[in-house]
Design a protein around this ligand. Structure first.
Ligand code: PRX
Length: 653
């Protein structure tokens, strides 16, 4: 048996949920979890049909799963509507006057929608869409800031069976154009402008630019958010407020078959054009409903905040669909964490008495960098549960989060999943699972992952390999939009009969999963394959370091050598001294095999707008190549230029 990817990081700290938390949780102990998991894997159809029955169906599914590998049809023949399940279902209960969405804008304006109010706004908008001739199956593209109209538009599209495709408001006109054309959208919805750290984002101008070359677009619906004047095209543009003016607050939902597509969301692959990940209605609904309930242990009285942007899958599943399907109160925030000050998030927690808080490791590392004095200024005592998603969390960041935000009193759920999986797959259950910093712990009920080598053989315990999922699950992607071949190729061809996630991972003696990073980030140093995440964690654990990204650079002797891009904490000067310290530190933490051959100090790392470090670009820079390929998702192009200059000037060999 070949060891596939070597794992060098060992983290031994364990944190147990408090008795008080466990006693009130939906899943109260590991025994209960184990039993649930076992049952879900042995009898998946029975398990998922029980969960589906907690939701509303106009007609019950005829079959729970029809599996023509790799195409799944979940809840086949079931007739439902997710907008009905997120709204109408609650209107028959005391929830009708409960806050569904509590929203705060970047300038500090606030709006709250009860379920009843949200329902009315969604209906008016859905009627508006119908008046423009939008029909079941028509695609609608949303390019909007984080304002309530974005959630209303999603639920409005879902209500009439029109799949939405959301393009993150930070993308360029070019990126928007490509996505609109790929999905063939009939309608685009934008805002005049958006707010970003006090500045205006020209959403309408970008949309105008994009749709010059989008022949399928018939209308552009524009929300007035900022209020400055914008160019207007009478034939195409229509204000949101004019569209809904006079529309009825009642709009019967369009019942759809469970496998009717709910949305398409584009995500970057390591190569080629973005992939249009297509999700179903019924399966996705059941998956997001169930995981929101279990992972966030959602209760009636919770005030839950997921800080993601709805332009990413996290916002789809865990700001809108999952929480609303559970009748929860979901906080939505338009602004940035450091505007107008670095304590803005904590100010919101204090103000709304938020008790469940879900964010990304990149945000946590920024909080660390800004310092603990910011959260200290606010009352965070309402918090009971914290979560993270998006990339492996370095143990140091986990501990910082635990201490400074959780006050050592909140379980942390490190949730592993992907745009493609639709919902959380591997995560602690907060009342049951002892947590280990850096591990997303155990698979959720209904999820059957394993770690295999290149040939598909299960790797020995503790060694790294490729993360695959062995059984279909309801919220899995249906396909890539209009490209079944690419779907098969990307996810079902590497390892026969298993979903290939593209991540490397290992398990430990407790069956805990440790994600080691994307497979294309794996380095091969002198025949030893090392996950970049582990080296980064080690570097970030050094007290002078704020953030680090590791890539491979070509090396005559060892094949690949480690190149680390490092952002130091404020006030620390780069120089020979710190280079020596960090090399020695990595030697100590992981071993000389992982010692960076080169360290490049930088004020900032190139990131996507969702905060993921773009290692592909760093790799080119480290190898002295021009950083080419798709840079449309890059947040700040200036960072790239600075880094290229730095890299050419700092040779340490
Ligand atoms: O590499 C994994 C990482 O993010 C990838 C999925 O990215 P995306 O489709 O943009 O979805 C992000 C939000 C779900 C995964 O393949 N990732 C996500 N969550 C974690 C993670 N890596 C480690 N730990 C996590 N908790």
């Amino acid at each position: 048996m070949t060891v596939d990817i070597e794992s060098k990081l060992k983290e031994t700290r364990v944190f147990y949920p408090s008795k008080e938390f466990s006693s009130k949780a939906h899943v109260k102990s590991m025994e209960e979890y184990e039993e649930l998991w076992k049952r879900s894997i042995e009898n998946p159809e029975e398990f998922w049909s029980e969960i589906a029955s907690e939701l509303f169906w106009f007609e019950e599914p005829k079959e729970i799963l029809v599996w023509n590998e790799p195409f799944a049809e979940w809840f086949k023949g079931g007739i439902t509507n997710i907008s009905y399940n997120c709204l109408d279902r609650h209107l028959e209960t005391a929830r009708k006057n409960k806050a569904a969405i509590i929203w705060e804008g970047e300038p500090g304006d606030q709006r709250t929608f009860t379920y009843q109010q949200l329902h009315r706004e969604v209906c008016r908008f859905a009627n508006g869409l119908k008046s423009l001739g939008v029909e079941k199956g028509d695609r609608v593209c949303l390019y909007m800031p984080m304002i309530p109209e974005l959630a209303i538009a999603m639920l409005g599209c879902a209500r009439i069976g029109a799949p939405h495709s959301i393009v993150f408001g930070g993308f360029s006109a070019e990126a928007l154009k490509d996505r609109i054309n790929d999905v063939g959208a009939k309608i685009v919805i934008c805002a005049d402008q958006g707010w970003r750290r006090g500045k205006h984002v020209p959403l309408k101008a970008n949309t105008d630019e994009a749709i010059k070359n989008c022949p399928t677009i018939e209308k552009n619906i524009v929300v007035k958010r900022v209020g400055e004047s914008v160019d207007w095209n009478d034939g195409k543009d229509i204000w949101w407020h004019d569209l809904i003016d006079g529309q009825s607050g009642v709009c019967e939902v369009t019942p759809v078959e469970s496998n009717h597509p709910l949305f398409i969301l584009y995500t970057s692959g390591s190569t080629g054009k973005p992939k249009g990940v297509q999700h179903s209605t019924g399966g996705y609904m059941v998956g997001t409903y169930h995981t929101t309930k279990l992972v966030f242990d959602i209760k009636e009285e919770d005030t839950y905040w997921c800080t993601a942007d709805i332009g990413w899958v996290t916002g789809h599943s865990y700001i809108v669909y999952g929480p609303l399907a559970n009748g929860a109160t979901s906080v939505m925030f338009e602004g940035a964490p450091n505007h107008p000050h670095e304590g803005r998030f904590w100010e919101l927690v204090e103000k709304y008495r938020i008790n469940t808080f879900y964010t990304a490791p990149t945000a946590i590392r920024a909080f660390m960098r800004w310092g603990e004095q910011h959260p200290k200024k606010f009352d965070l005592s309402s918090l009971r549960l914290l979560g993270t998603v998006g990339e492996p969390i370095n143990p140091e960041a986990w501990i910082w989060y635990h201490k400074n935000i959780g006050r050592e009193n909140c379980p942390i759920v490190d949730t592993w999943w992907q745009t493609e999986t639709g919902c959380i797959m591997i995560s602690p259950l907060p009342g049951a699972t002892p947590t280990k910093p850096g591990s997303c712990t155990r698979p959720l009920p209904g999820v059957n992952p394993e770690i295999v080598n290149e040939s598909g053989e299960v790797v020995p315990l503790g060694s790294g390999g490729r993360l695959v999922i062995k059984q279909p699950w309801p919220a899995m992607l249906q396909t890539l939009y209009n490209d079944d071949e690419r779907y098969k190729q990307a996810y079902w061809s590497q390892i026969p009969h298993k979903y290939y996630a593209g991540d490397s991972a290992r398990t430990d003696e407790d069956g805990y999963f440790w994600i080691m990073g994307r497979l294309d980030d794996v380095l091969n140093v002198a025949g030893h394959r090392l996950g970049t995440m582990e080296i980064e964690s080690a570097i970030v654990a050094h007290p002078k370091v704020a953030e680090a990204a590791v890539v491979g650079m070509k090396d005559d002797l060892t094949g690949e050598a480690v190149c680390a891009f490092v952002t130091l904490k404020m006030g620390i000067e780069p120089g020979d001294e710190i280079i020596k310290e960090l090399k020695a530190h990595v030697d100590k933490e992981i071993g000389a095999i992982a010692r960076p051959k080169r360290l490049i100090f930088t004020e900032a790392l190139p990131k996507t707008r969702s905060g993921k470090i773009m290692r592909r670009l760093l790799k080119s820079i480290a190898n002295g190549e021009v950083a080419s390929g798709d840079t449309s998702t890059l947040e700040d192009h200036g960072v790239l230029k600075n880094l290229t200059d730095l890299a050419s000037g700092q040779d340490q060999d």
